[in-house]
Every structure is written in structure tokens, then in C-alpha cells.
Ligand binder design. Structure first.
Ligand code: SF4
Ligand code: SF4
Length: 464
């Protein structure tokens, strides 16, 4: 009678087990279970085998994705444990020092102006800045940004990935930015809130990335109409730890393009995330947009974890386990934030002789500008100060206007006076003790301050 050869049973060196559990779920005989303890060598919980009922079916061996994981061991066969570090050949020990490969300007032919929505203008700006890795999802009122990227990026050899969540989005950006590549997302207020932990990690790891936040009404899901209620998040709430990010506040579709391009320049200059924050109305607003005369072909920074031989010695991380190291790193970050203050930008309108100074950003700045002209028709010397960066706040530019300012009027689309708070804080930190009286025109919930409301308010405080 022919002897039935016993089928080999599985064998495992637990140091090679990644604890994925696939073998546990395929074994119908219940021979495989997770161990009770973590393997101190690998830091994961491996499986343990109890082969009394094992039929040698081999399903677990087929299921194991590890090349040196579960294997068939013939009866009596010896297994020689290899050095795991040598499993795939000798490691390359020689590490070359990477050098900066600078970005290049590529000339563009002159074109006529486009008439496009603010969201499209921002997307085109990102493409011209060399961004070929976009992560996100549709979220009103920013959706057109993701929509255009989904259409164009594959044609440009780029990637648009509809991420499963905001947390996934920001971590895709962490990986891509860490590789030294320009990356971005389009989002809106509730989505931006969910990304903040990742923004903190990016700041801690000094990873570039551009976040375009088209703000909408809140709190919670709120609605899909415009607001400016994320100023506090941008200036004081970027996740945990000591965080700041340059925050640009466009007020025209042209600026949606220009400031998105600038955001990519700054995010690499400082190795830190940069925010472009517009209200929902601006994202949807159509306007004339002139393209620049060049686009950017990105380089590869020397610090990037780019994935080639030259960059294999690089490491990106935000962990500093030694308390003294973390303090030193945070002192360095504070110095970096201080150096970002030269990026403070603003625009003025009719401020040469203004006594009533309106302060506004984004779409409310457009209403305020109209109000300035209207007030001048009534003989009131009004002017507009428009912060283009809300962080850093353009305090020096504002300070220069204060000596002749009799009243400040902050026009904004949020309930708590978030822009006014930034203004007051910046002036206080700059040592300005005597302020002119400050009043405000605020609308919120998806409603923007109207030109007539601003005019009426200024007329009333002027006693007219
Ligand atoms: S060989 Fe088959 S019976 Fe044996 S442990 Fe693997 S899956 Fe279970
Ligand atoms: S399938 Fe392989 S790696 Fe996964 S738990 Fe089982 S032995 Fe470990």
C-alpha cells in the first residue's frame, strides 16, 4: 500500500511576522491566534501556532504576504535563521550628500485675460506654480478647485486623488511635501478643521504644502454661504503645539491666482504650510484673470525624502523625545515665525488724507472699497486698509496710517470680530498704546456686510 506523504505544516520565525492577521482568518481549524504579548524586537504582536489539528492545507502560507513569514517546513527539515537586515542583499552604506536642485522659470506665451471663477483661478495658479499632486474631495463652496484638478492633472502627468477623508488628505500632503514636491488641497471650513492635526505635524516636520480654504458659514456644518470665521483657526488654532502659518487673504479672482502662486513660493521658502483663505463668495465669483508670463518647473530640495539614492540619508519627522531637544526646536520655530514677518502684505485705497480708516479682507474689502468712494461723495475722508496677509498681520503698514486716523472701522463676515482681534493684538504687541476708537460692521451666518451698511455706519459715527 502506497504511503501517504504528510503535507508540510506551517512554520514561522516570529521576528518576520508583521501581525497582519491574514493567516488567523483563513485557518478553519483554529490553529492560529495572536500572541498575548508584543514581540520586543519588532514592536508588533505576532501570531502563535498550535498545530495539533493542522491538516497542512497551506492556506495560511498562501495568505501570508511576508516573504519570510509563514513557510512550509518539511518534517525533519532544518531552518536557518538569517540576519533580517541581509534578507534582500547588502544595504548601500555609501550615502551621497544631496544638493538643492532649484526650481526654474519657464516662459509662457502672452495670452488674453480669462474670465473665470475664483476657485478655478486658484487651481490654475497652483498648476502654474508646478503643483502636480492634489489631494481632496468636493466640499462646497471650494468644489470647483478639486473638479478642475481632477480634469487637468492626469493630462499634465500629475495626480488628483480623491482622498477618503480630510485626515487622509493632509497626510497625503505630508508625504508628498516631505518628498519635496509641491502639493495642495482645496477645502472649506468644516474640512479645514479636520485637517488641523496634520497641519501641526507638517509644521513640526517642516513640510511644505498649500491649503486653500474657501470659508463657509459655521459652526458645525453651518451652511455653504460665505463667512470669515476661520481667521481664529488660521492665526491661533493650527492644531497642537507652537504653530503658525502664513495666511493669504485674496479679494479678487486675480488674487486667487496670484496669491496661490505666491503661496507655493513661500511654502518652500520657509519649509512650512501656507494658507490661502477666501470666503465662499470669492470662490464662486467670476472675474477677469490675467495669467503670468511664466510658470514654474519645480526643483528638488536637498532636504527632501525624495526616494532616490541621493536623498536616502534624509529623514523627516516631528518627534523630539528629549525635552531639551524639543525646546531647542521650538526656539528655532519661533525664530522662523519671526523671519516670516517680512512677508506681511497689505493694500491701501485713498489713505493719503483719510481720517476714517476702514479695515477689511476678502469680499468684504470690496464692499468697503465701494463704501470709501461713496463716503467721499458725502465729504467724509474715508480710506481702506486691506491686510493681504492676516498672519503675519501687516502691523507696520497699519501703524504708519494711525497718526492721522480718527476712527478705525473693521468690516468683517464673522460674529466675534476675528479680524478686529488680530488687529488689536498686532497693535498691542507692536507697543501701540493709544488707539483711535474702533467700531465694526459685522454680518455672518452666510451674509456679507453690504456697502450701504458700511456707509450708514460711518455716517452715523460721524454724526451725519
Ligand atoms: S496549514 Fe491549514 S490547517 Fe494548518 S495552520 Fe495553516 S491554515 Fe490552518
Ligand atoms: S499572515 Fe504572516 S505576517 Fe500576517 S499574521 Fe500571519 S504570519 Fe504574521
Amino acid at each position: 500500500m502506497a504511503q501517504v506523504k504528510e503535507r508540510p505544516k506551517p512554520f514561522l520565525v516570529s521576528d518576520y511576522c508583521k501581525g497582519c492577521g491574514r493567516c488567523v482568518s483563513v485557518c478553519v481549524k483554529g490553529c492560529i491566534a495572536f500572541a498575548d504579548e508584543i514581540n520586543p524586537t519588532t514592536g508588533v504582536v505576532p501570531i502563535v501556532l498550535d498545530l495539533e489539528k493542522c491538516t497542512g492545507c497551506g492556506l495560511c502560507i498562501d495568505a501570508c504576504p511576508e516573504p519570510y513569514g509563514l513557510r512550509a517546513l518539511e518534517a525533519g527539515e532544518e531552518f536557518e535563521l538569517q540576519d533580517p537586515a541581509k534578507l534582500f542583499g547588502d544595504k548601500l552604506r555609501e550615502v551621497t550628500k544631496p544638493v538643492d536642485i532649484p526650481a526654474e522659470k519657464v516662459a509662457l506665451p502672452k495670452t488674453g485675460p480669462l474670465v473665470i471663477k475664483g476657485n478655478y483661478a486658484s487651481a490654475i495658479g497652483a498648476i502654474l506654480a508646478g503643483c502636480r499632486h492634489v489631494f481632496g474631495y468636493p466640499i462646497t463652496p471650494s468644489t470647483e478647485g478639486a473638479e478642475l484638478m481632477a480634469k487637468l492633472q492626469p493630462k499634465l502627468g500629475g495626480v488628483f486623488l480623491q482622498a477618503v477623508s480630510e485626515v487622509a488628505t493632509v497626510n497625503h500632503m505630508y508625504g508628498t511635501g516631505g518628498a519635496g514636491l509641491p502639493t495642495m488641497t482645496f477645502t472649506s471650513s468644516p474640512g479645514f478643521s479636520l485637517m488641523l492635526e496634520g497641519v501641526s505635524y507638517m509644521i513640526g516636520a517642516e513640510v511644505p504644502g498649500v491649503f486653500v480654504n474657501i470659508m463657509r458659514g459655521g459652526p458645525g456644518l453651518g451652511n455653504i454661504a460665505p463667512e470669515q470665521a476661520d481667521v481664529k483657526l488660521a492665526c491661533h488654532g493650527l492644531g497642537h503645539g507652537h504653530t503658525h502659518a502664513i495666511t493669504l487673504m485674496p479679494s479678487t479672482p486675480q488674487e486667487m491666482l496670484d496669491l496661490t502662486i505666491l503661496a507655493f513660493e513661500l511654502t518652500f521658502k520657509y519649509r512650512s504650510p501656507v494658507l490661502v483663505m477666501a470666503d465662499g463668495y470669492l470662490g464662486q465669483m467670476t472675474g477677469k484673470v490675467q495669467l503670468p508670463d511664466h510658470m514654474i518647473k519645480p526643483g528638488i530640495p536637498s532636504w527632501a525624502v525624495y526616494g532616490d539614492r541621493d536623498h536616502r540619508g534624509n529623514l523627516i519627522s516631528s518627534i523630539q523625545l528629549q525635552e531639551s531637544d524639543l525646546e531647542v526646536f521650538n526656539r528655532y520655530l519661533q525664530t522662523k515665525y519671526e523671519s516670516m514677518k517680512v512677508e506681511a502684505r497689505s493694500e491701501t485705497f485713498l489713505t493719503d488724507d483719510s481720517e476714517i480708516l476702514l479695515v477689511a479682507c476678502n469680499t468684504p474689502a470690496r464692499a468697503a472699497k465701494g463704501a470709501v468712494q461713496n463716503l467721499r461723495d458725502h465729504g467724509i475722508k474715508a480710506g481702506l486698509f486691506r491686510p493681504i496677509t492676516i498672519w503675519p498681520f501687516p502691523v507696520d503698514q497699519l501703524k504708519a496710517l494711525l497718526p492721522k486716523t480718527k476712527r478705525l472701522v473693521v468690516v468683517e463676515a464673522n460674529a466675534g470680530g476675528q479680524i478686529e482681534n488680530e488687529l488689536r493684538l498686532a497693535l498691542s504687541l507692536a507697543g501701540v498704546e493709544k488707539l483711535p476708537p474702533i467700531t465694526s460692521v459685522r454680518r455672518f451666518g452666510g451674509l456679507l456686510p453690504q456697502q450701504t451698511e458700511v456707509v450708514d455706519h460711518v455716517m452715523s459715527i460721524c454724526g451725519k
